[in-house]
Structure formats: C-alpha cells, structure tokens
Design a protein around this ligand. Structure first.
Ligand code: SIN
Ligand code: NI
Length: 268
C-alpha cells in the first residue's frame, strides 16, 4: 500500500487492458470482510425476504440471489462500497483519472445454485463509455468446487453480438468462444477479501455451487467520470436508466445523486 492507502496495481494495468480481467489478492483484510459480512447478509435478506424455491426458478434465478444497491440500506455497506481504496484500483485498471459508482450488488449463489451463464455485463448499461469495470469480491473463502468466474481473455476488445443472461447466451457464447479460439482464464479458488476485476464487455461465466455453503459475493461497478447516459437500447437499459442513473436523462453527464465520484477521493 502507498502512503495514501491506495493499493499499487501498476503491474496489472497492461494485462487488464489486454485481457479484460485481473485479480487483486487480499484487497480487503479478513477483519474488514468479517465486519462487513453480516451487514451485507441482512441487507440481502431485506431485498430478497422470501426467495422462491430454487427448482421453480429459471436459469438466471438459479444462478444467484441478486440484491442491488445494498449501500442504500446500511451505513457499513455504504462505507465499504464507497471506499476510495477500491475505486482507486478501478480507475488505475481502466487508466482513467476518475470513476463514479454505477451500482453495487450482492450475488449469493445458494447451495445447489446453478451456473451463471456466459454474458457481458454492459449489455444492460445505458452508458456511452467502454471504461466500465466490476469488482467481484467473495466475503467467504470460495473453494475449488465452486470457484470464481471464468473469463474469455480479450473478449472486451472483440465485436460480439450481445445477449442477456440466459440458456441462450450460454449456448451462443460457448459456440463463439470455440469458433474464435478465445483463451479462457479463471483465478480459481479465492480467499475472502481477494477480488477479481473485469471490464464491462468481457465475456464471463461462473460454475454452480455443489456445496452446502452459500457463495457470498459482493460486487461494485464503476464507470469513468465524464461518461454520459445513452438512450436505452433494450428493456434492461430502460430499467437501469431509471434505477441506477436516477435523475439523469439520455445525453446528460451520468453524475446523478446515486453516482458519486469515488475517485479521486476528497483530499486524495
Ligand atoms: C456470479 O457471481 O456468478 C456472476 C457475476 C457476474 O456475472 O458479474
Ligand atoms: Ni456479469
């Protein structure tokens, strides 16, 4: 760590630009994660109080319980999600001067939960920049049998016909990965507090959860400061514009009250 408390990820920047993914071991300490975990779990329960039985859900629903913008429910989560330490890593990997929060989400893959089909996150986002990034941080140790995500290296630089998260995206992207000979990479088992980062257009998937423990993961998404909202290209983007860019109209700078500038931090 540097004098200002930022984590030096200079050695990861070129690889991130090339591959569209990177891993930062030990980004949060075990103590930080242990303190945060019950807050995320309580907020996730508040967002999903009575989830329907796994067997009754579609493929997307079986992949995880998704709880969004949990920072708005809990001060401890807010302070974690708004942490300049994480935002600084995002800005460094994106090679931009500043980043704003898009949103957070807790992704809890339950025991018996299914795979997360191949997809690109940015299909869902009405933003005019490709400088977008997601941090994926387990709050519990993730064993080999569950694993972290698998990325198609360099796919963020390819022209990919995009799909939403479904059986269709799994099949179509599997075929595309084989056809183009894309290299797959996973960082495998991770410790609580390790984090992977991926670009908004990087193709990725995750395996199922055959264990009896919940795979508790917290994610945070940022975009380059200066990005503008675009006219929604699909129904998901319409919903995202209303929710995560609330107060911002297409064409305007995406700088609304839910999208604080998190790096540079005050006084950094
Ligand atoms: C997962 O946690 O299984 C997938 C996360 C993502 O798609 O970004
Ligand atoms: Ni994703």
């Amino acid at each position: 760590m540097s004098r200002q408390g930022t984590v030096d990820v200079g050695h990861l920047v070129a690889g991130f630009g090339m591959d569209g993914h990177a891993c930062v071991p030990g980004l949060a300490t075990p103590e930080e994660v242990a303190a945060l975990r019950p807050h995320v779990a309580a907020a996730a329960r508040q967002r999903n109080p009575e989830p329907p039985p796994l067997e009754s859900r579609d493929t997307y629903g079986k992949a995880f319980l998704q709880s969004m913008n949990v920072w708005r429910l809990d001060e401890a989560v807010r302070s974690f999600v708004w942490s300049p330490r994480f935002a600084a890593v995002a800005a460094a990997l994106l090679e931009v001067d500043g980043v704003r929060l898009y949103h957070d989400q807790a992704l809890f893959k339950e025991p018996g939960g299914g795979p997360t089909p191949w997809h690109q996150d940015q299909v869902y986002w009405p933003l005019d920049t490709d400088r977008t990034i997601t941090m994926w941080m387990p709050l519990v140790d993730v064993p080999d049998e569950v694993g972290s995500m698998t990325f198609a290296s360099g796919s963020h630089r390819q022209d990919v016909a995009t799909f939403d998260i479904s059986d269709g995206s799994e099949d179509a992207v599997s075929a595309l990965v084989a056809e183009r000979g894309l290299q797959l990479h996973t960082y495998g088992a991770l410790r609580a507090g390790d984090a992977t980062f991926h670009a908004g257009w990087t193709l990725h998937r995750a395996g199922p959860n055959p264990t009896s423990d919940v795979r508790e993961v917290m994610t945070v998404i940022w975009y380059a400061d200066g990005a503008r909202a675009t006219a929604p290209a699909n129904r998901y983007q319409e919903a995202d514009l209303r929710l995560w860019l609330k107060g911002t109209e297409p064409g305007e700078l995406a700088a609304g009250p839910r999208n604080p500038l998190l790096w540079p931090a005050d006084g950094a």
